[in-house]
Design a protein. Structure first.
Length: 248
Protein backbone atom coordinates (compact mmCIF):
# COMPACT_ATOMS: atom_id res chain seq x y z
CA UNK A 1 0.00 0.00 0.00
CA UNK A 2 2.79 2.43 0.85
CA UNK A 3 4.35 1.80 -2.59
CA UNK A 4 1.03 2.59 -4.27
CA UNK A 5 0.63 5.83 -2.32
CA UNK A 6 4.25 6.89 -2.78
CA UNK A 7 4.15 6.45 -6.56
CA UNK A 8 1.00 8.56 -6.90
CA UNK A 9 2.21 11.20 -4.43
CA UNK A 10 5.61 11.69 -6.08
CA UNK A 11 3.96 11.63 -9.50
CA UNK A 12 1.60 14.47 -8.54
CA UNK A 13 4.47 16.50 -7.07
CA UNK A 14 6.69 16.18 -10.15
CA UNK A 15 3.75 16.86 -12.46
CA UNK A 16 3.28 20.17 -10.63
CA UNK A 17 6.96 20.98 -11.26
CA UNK A 18 6.51 20.25 -14.96
CA UNK A 19 3.38 22.43 -15.04
CA UNK A 20 5.39 25.31 -13.56
CA UNK A 21 7.96 25.11 -16.40
CA UNK A 22 5.34 25.20 -19.16
CA UNK A 23 3.30 27.87 -17.36
CA UNK A 24 6.39 30.07 -17.19
CA UNK A 25 6.90 29.63 -20.93
CA UNK A 26 3.31 30.69 -21.61
CA UNK A 27 3.56 33.65 -19.24
CA UNK A 28 6.56 34.98 -21.17
CA UNK A 29 5.27 34.21 -24.67
CA UNK A 30 4.88 37.92 -25.43
CA UNK A 31 8.23 38.95 -23.89
CA UNK A 32 10.78 40.24 -26.36
CA UNK A 33 13.65 37.80 -26.98
CA UNK A 34 12.45 35.24 -24.41
CA UNK A 35 13.86 31.71 -24.75
CA UNK A 36 11.53 28.85 -23.83
CA UNK A 37 12.63 26.26 -21.27
CA UNK A 38 12.64 22.55 -22.04
CA UNK A 39 11.03 20.05 -19.66
CA UNK A 40 11.91 16.42 -19.17
CA UNK A 41 11.49 13.60 -16.66
CA UNK A 42 14.19 11.16 -15.58
CA UNK A 43 14.30 8.23 -13.18
CA UNK A 44 15.68 8.88 -9.69
CA UNK A 45 16.33 6.26 -7.02
CA UNK A 46 15.04 6.89 -3.50
CA UNK A 47 17.88 6.52 -1.00
CA UNK A 48 17.19 5.90 2.69
CA UNK A 49 17.09 3.07 5.17
CA UNK A 50 17.39 -0.25 3.40
CA UNK A 51 18.07 -0.91 -0.27
CA UNK A 52 17.28 1.81 -2.87
CA UNK A 53 14.59 -0.26 -4.57
CA UNK A 54 12.12 2.55 -5.21
CA UNK A 55 12.33 4.87 -8.18
CA UNK A 56 10.38 8.01 -9.01
CA UNK A 57 10.27 10.30 -12.05
CA UNK A 58 11.98 13.67 -11.49
CA UNK A 59 10.65 16.55 -13.61
CA UNK A 60 13.31 19.12 -14.44
CA UNK A 61 14.35 21.78 -16.95
CA UNK A 62 17.59 20.61 -18.61
CA UNK A 63 18.05 23.82 -20.59
CA UNK A 64 16.52 26.36 -22.92
CA UNK A 65 15.53 26.49 -26.56
CA UNK A 66 18.04 28.89 -28.11
CA UNK A 67 16.39 29.08 -31.54
CA UNK A 68 15.82 32.63 -32.76
CA UNK A 69 12.35 34.09 -32.55
CA UNK A 70 10.63 35.91 -35.41
CA UNK A 71 12.09 39.38 -36.05
CA UNK A 72 9.45 42.00 -36.84
CA UNK A 73 9.93 45.65 -37.73
CA UNK A 74 8.76 48.38 -35.38
CA UNK A 75 10.27 51.50 -36.95
CA UNK A 76 11.30 52.70 -33.46
CA UNK A 77 14.85 54.07 -33.31
CA UNK A 78 15.55 52.55 -29.90
CA UNK A 79 14.48 49.02 -30.90
CA UNK A 80 17.17 46.63 -32.06
CA UNK A 81 17.23 42.90 -32.82
CA UNK A 82 20.14 40.51 -33.21
CA UNK A 83 20.38 38.71 -36.54
CA UNK A 84 21.17 35.04 -35.91
CA UNK A 85 23.39 34.20 -32.95
CA UNK A 86 24.54 36.65 -30.30
CA UNK A 87 23.53 38.54 -27.15
CA UNK A 88 23.29 42.02 -25.70
CA UNK A 89 25.05 42.63 -22.37
CA UNK A 90 23.39 44.52 -19.51
CA UNK A 91 24.29 45.24 -15.90
CA UNK A 92 22.20 43.12 -13.53
CA UNK A 93 20.71 44.26 -10.23
CA UNK A 94 23.66 42.61 -8.45
CA UNK A 95 26.19 44.57 -10.53
CA UNK A 96 27.53 41.77 -12.72
CA UNK A 97 27.02 41.27 -16.45
CA UNK A 98 24.01 39.40 -17.82
CA UNK A 99 23.10 38.38 -21.36
CA UNK A 100 19.77 39.08 -23.00
CA UNK A 101 18.14 39.06 -26.44
CA UNK A 102 15.66 41.78 -25.49
CA UNK A 103 16.48 44.89 -27.53
CA UNK A 104 13.61 47.24 -26.68
CA UNK A 105 15.80 49.99 -25.25
CA UNK A 106 14.97 53.34 -23.66
CA UNK A 107 16.88 56.43 -22.51
CA UNK A 108 16.57 57.56 -18.90
CA UNK A 109 16.10 61.17 -17.83
CA UNK A 110 19.83 61.16 -16.98
CA UNK A 111 20.74 60.05 -20.51
CA UNK A 112 21.67 56.39 -19.89
CA UNK A 113 20.61 53.60 -22.23
CA UNK A 114 18.55 50.91 -20.47
CA UNK A 115 16.57 47.83 -21.49
CA UNK A 116 12.84 47.26 -20.92
CA UNK A 117 13.53 45.99 -17.38
CA UNK A 118 15.45 49.12 -16.42
CA UNK A 119 18.88 47.47 -16.54
CA UNK A 120 21.72 49.57 -17.98
CA UNK A 121 22.99 48.46 -21.39
CA UNK A 122 26.79 48.10 -21.61
CA UNK A 123 29.23 49.09 -24.34
CA UNK A 124 32.16 47.08 -25.70
CA UNK A 125 34.34 48.24 -22.80
CA UNK A 126 31.83 47.08 -20.19
CA UNK A 127 30.75 50.62 -19.26
CA UNK A 128 27.32 52.23 -19.14
CA UNK A 129 26.23 53.96 -22.34
CA UNK A 130 25.58 57.68 -21.92
CA UNK A 131 23.53 59.53 -24.55
CA UNK A 132 24.31 63.29 -24.64
CA UNK A 133 20.88 64.87 -24.61
CA UNK A 134 19.11 66.54 -26.33
CA UNK A 135 19.35 64.75 -29.66
CA UNK A 136 17.37 64.87 -32.92
CA UNK A 137 18.25 61.43 -34.30
CA UNK A 138 19.34 58.09 -32.82
CA UNK A 139 20.60 55.11 -34.80
CA UNK A 140 22.32 51.78 -34.16
CA UNK A 141 24.36 50.42 -37.06
CA UNK A 142 24.73 46.78 -38.06
CA UNK A 143 27.91 46.44 -36.01
CA UNK A 144 26.25 47.85 -32.90
CA UNK A 145 27.82 51.31 -33.13
CA UNK A 146 25.48 53.97 -31.72
CA UNK A 147 25.36 57.25 -33.59
CA UNK A 148 23.36 60.35 -32.72
CA UNK A 149 22.74 63.78 -34.19
CA UNK A 150 22.72 66.48 -31.50
CA UNK A 151 19.90 68.96 -31.50
CA UNK A 152 20.64 71.81 -33.93
CA UNK A 153 23.36 69.90 -35.81
CA UNK A 154 23.26 69.66 -39.63
CA UNK A 155 21.79 66.49 -41.24
CA UNK A 156 25.27 65.10 -41.88
CA UNK A 157 26.35 65.76 -38.30
CA UNK A 158 25.94 62.20 -36.96
CA UNK A 159 28.39 61.34 -34.17
CA UNK A 160 29.55 57.93 -32.97
CA UNK A 161 29.26 57.80 -29.17
CA UNK A 162 29.56 54.12 -28.24
CA UNK A 163 29.31 50.53 -29.46
CA UNK A 164 27.01 47.94 -27.93
CA UNK A 165 28.76 45.04 -26.25
CA UNK A 166 27.67 42.19 -28.47
CA UNK A 167 28.83 38.71 -27.48
CA UNK A 168 28.44 35.22 -28.89
CA UNK A 169 29.46 32.54 -26.36
CA UNK A 170 28.82 28.84 -26.89
CA UNK A 171 25.24 28.18 -25.78
CA UNK A 172 26.47 25.02 -24.02
CA UNK A 173 28.27 27.32 -21.56
CA UNK A 174 25.16 29.36 -20.71
CA UNK A 175 22.45 29.00 -18.08
CA UNK A 176 19.48 31.21 -17.18
CA UNK A 177 19.58 32.76 -13.71
CA UNK A 178 16.64 33.55 -11.45
CA UNK A 179 16.54 37.16 -12.73
CA UNK A 180 15.89 35.95 -16.29
CA UNK A 181 19.36 36.89 -17.59
CA UNK A 182 21.78 34.35 -19.03
CA UNK A 183 25.28 33.89 -17.64
CA UNK A 184 28.23 31.62 -18.26
CA UNK A 185 28.20 28.49 -16.14
CA UNK A 186 31.84 29.08 -15.14
CA UNK A 187 31.00 32.62 -13.93
CA UNK A 188 33.41 34.28 -16.35
CA UNK A 189 32.56 37.40 -18.37
CA UNK A 190 32.14 37.06 -22.11
CA UNK A 191 34.36 39.01 -24.49
CA UNK A 192 33.07 41.32 -27.22
CA UNK A 193 32.40 39.60 -30.56
CA UNK A 194 32.72 41.63 -33.75
CA UNK A 195 30.80 39.01 -35.73
CA UNK A 196 27.39 39.71 -34.18
CA UNK A 197 25.05 41.70 -36.46
CA UNK A 198 22.00 43.71 -35.38
CA UNK A 199 19.01 45.30 -37.09
CA UNK A 200 17.76 48.71 -35.98
CA UNK A 201 14.02 49.44 -35.81
CA UNK A 202 13.10 45.79 -35.16
CA UNK A 203 12.52 43.39 -32.28
CA UNK A 204 12.83 39.63 -31.85
CA UNK A 205 9.73 37.87 -30.54
CA UNK A 206 9.94 35.00 -28.06
CA UNK A 207 10.42 31.51 -29.47
CA UNK A 208 7.63 30.00 -27.36
CA UNK A 209 5.40 27.64 -29.38
CA UNK A 210 1.95 28.41 -27.99
CA UNK A 211 0.17 25.36 -29.39
CA UNK A 212 2.86 23.00 -28.08
CA UNK A 213 2.85 24.59 -24.63
CA UNK A 214 -0.95 24.48 -24.34
CA UNK A 215 -0.99 20.82 -25.40
CA UNK A 216 1.65 19.99 -22.79
CA UNK A 217 -0.33 21.82 -20.11
CA UNK A 218 -3.49 19.87 -20.91
CA UNK A 219 -1.66 16.54 -20.84
CA UNK A 220 0.07 17.37 -17.56
CA UNK A 221 -3.18 18.50 -15.93
CA UNK A 222 -4.82 15.21 -16.91
CA UNK A 223 -1.84 13.34 -15.47
CA UNK A 224 -2.11 15.30 -12.23
CA UNK A 225 -5.80 14.46 -11.92
CA UNK A 226 -4.99 10.77 -12.46
CA UNK A 227 -2.38 10.86 -9.66
CA UNK A 228 -4.91 12.46 -7.28
CA UNK A 229 -7.45 9.75 -8.12
CA UNK A 230 -4.80 7.12 -7.39
CA UNK A 231 -4.18 8.64 -3.93
CA UNK A 232 -7.92 8.58 -3.21
CA UNK A 233 -8.10 4.97 -4.36
CA UNK A 234 -5.20 4.10 -2.04
CA UNK A 235 -7.14 5.67 0.82
CA UNK A 236 -10.25 3.65 -0.05
CA UNK A 237 -8.26 0.40 -0.19
CA UNK A 238 -6.63 1.19 3.15
CA UNK A 239 -10.03 1.85 4.75
CA UNK A 240 -11.38 -1.42 3.32
CA UNK A 241 -8.40 -3.34 4.69
CA UNK A 242 -8.90 -1.77 8.10
CA UNK A 243 -12.60 -2.77 8.09
CA UNK A 244 -11.68 -6.38 7.29
CA UNK A 245 -9.23 -6.48 10.18
CA UNK A 246 -11.92 -5.21 12.56
CA UNK A 247 -14.28 -7.99 11.43
CA UNK A 248 -11.65 -10.61 12.04
Amino acid sequence: MDNFLYVSMSGAKETMNALAIHSNNLANASKTGFKASFEQARSMQVHGEGLPTRVFALAESPGQNFDSGIVHGTGRELDVAIEGEGWFVVKSDTGDEGLTRSGDFNITADGFLIDSSGKEVLDNTGSNIYIPMPIEKFNIRKDGVIEVRPEGAPPEGMENIAQLKLVNPDIKDLMRSSDGLFRRIDGQQTEFSAGVVVTNGALEASNVNLSSELTSLINLQRGFEMQIKMMKKAEEIDESSESLLKVV
